[in-house]
Design a binder for this molecule. Structure first.
Ligand code: NDP
Length: 336
């Protein structure tokens, strides 16, 4: 079976590609340049991996040539999308690339993916939880929930821009299905903040992908640093990767939205774990107010992903302590 993975160099996608190869799938990854593709191919070291250059997912027909060249593809995983909180022009840097990138992928599959039976879209919890509801302890958010953000609201600040980009991109995917009635089925994965190690030690850079940088930034902030107010749901990248695969392997996942969330976290709880588990970090990272983490998130909504866990056959996702310890062990090991 041949699986096409868009954005193969990404933090999540590298794990997905690695896991697919371990399960003996043939993988074609889209990457933005030949040098990025060569680097990834070298890390993977598998004859079953090849890449196609798709410089910009937003350009009309972006995926046409790649899929035309690979009529054998039967599964398409669309993970590529801009993920950062530093946009100055939300429409140009986040909303349009995310939405048009998704439309381009689906159009190319419809036009050239004659053997494609399954598509998996990497959406986000950002497309599920409305910010005001997520901050309200009386709300329960589940697989039926949609972020109610408008395009106008998504222009306000970089975080809203990212959240809007994921919401409108996922909507475009479901709309494509309604309008074109394609012969493939769609499964959507909606992860909260993704933590956990990079797929390869060599990918540990000074600055990491946006979600991993939440933890990395705490390591850089110094003993007198302030513990930032960052909080949210989290899930480990290894669980996210395996869910991408189950999403097309298991019929129960077809047509579903899968909320990938382990537990809620606060930066304070991450700092507590680091000070407890890494003696070499004590005195080098902030302490904040140990033990107060849970109270800082007590007023947030309940994320109910019972349905997702049942579909995936997962009773518990990897917990915060293991995810943080494995992430930071890798960072410290590679920086030695
Ligand atoms: P990364 O930034 O590591 O990966 C994003 C990938 O998309 C990179 O390979 C990047 O290529 C590619 N990409 C971005 N914009 C374009 C573009 N215009 N044209 C072509 N390629 C592009 O982030 P993650 O691995 O974390 O994210 C992967 C997916 O998961 C995204 O869809 C993201 O929204 C989603 N997600 C992530 C979460 C997280 O906490 N990490 C949580 C929920 C969802 P390059 O690096 O070469 O620019």
């Amino acid at each position: 079976t041949s699986v096409f993975v868009s954005g193969a160099t990404g933090f999540i996608a590298q794990h997905v590609v690695k896991d697919l190869l371990a399960k003996n799938y043939t993988v074609i990854g889209s990457v933005r340049s030949a040098s990025k593709g060569d680097h990834l191919a070298e890390l993977l070291g598998s004859k079953k991996f090849s890449y196609e250059v798709v410089e910009d997912i937003e350009k009309e027909g972006a995926f046409d040539a790649a899929l035309e060249k690979h009529p054998e593809v039967s599964v398409f995983l669309h993970t590529a999308s801009p993920f950062h909180f530093k946009a100055t022009d939300n429409e140009k840097e986040l909303l349009l690339p995310a939405v048009n990138g998704t439309k381009n992928a689906f159009r190319a599959i419809q036009l050239h993916g004659k053997n494609v039976t399954n598509v998996v879209l990497t959406s986000s919890y950002a497309a599920v939880g409305t910010a005001s509801k997520d901050a309200n302890k009386d709300e329960v958010i589940n697989e039926e929930s949609w972020n109610e953000i408008t395009w106008e609201e998504a222009l306000k600040d970089p975080v809203s821009g990212y959240r809007g980009s994921k919401t409108f991109a996922e909507k475009a995917a479901w709309e494509f299905l309604k309008e074109n009635n394609p012969k493939f089925v769609l499964s959507v994965v909606n992860p909260t903040f993704v933590f956990g190690p990079q797929a390869f030690d060599s990918e540990v850079k000074d600055s990491l992908n946006t979600s991993s940088e939440v933890i990395n930034a705490l390591l850089k902030s110094g003993a007198n640093g302030v513990v930032p107010p960052v909080k949210g749901g989290f899930v480990d990248v290894r669980d996210v990767s395996s869910a991408h695969i189950t999403a097309f392997e298991k019929e129960a996942a077809y047509g579903q939205r899968l909320i990938l969330n382990s537990t809620r976290f606060t930066a304070q709880e991450i700092v507590d774990i680091l000070n407890k588990r890494f003696p070499e970090l004590v005195g080098k990272i902030p302490v904040g107010e140990p033990g107060t983490g849970p109270s800082l998130r007590a007023n947030n909504a309940t994320i109910d992903n019972t349905k997702t866990k049942k579909i995936l056959g997962v009773s518990e996702f990897i917990g915060l302590e293991k995810s943080v310890v494995d992430s930071v062990s890798q960072i410290l090991r590679t920086r030695k």
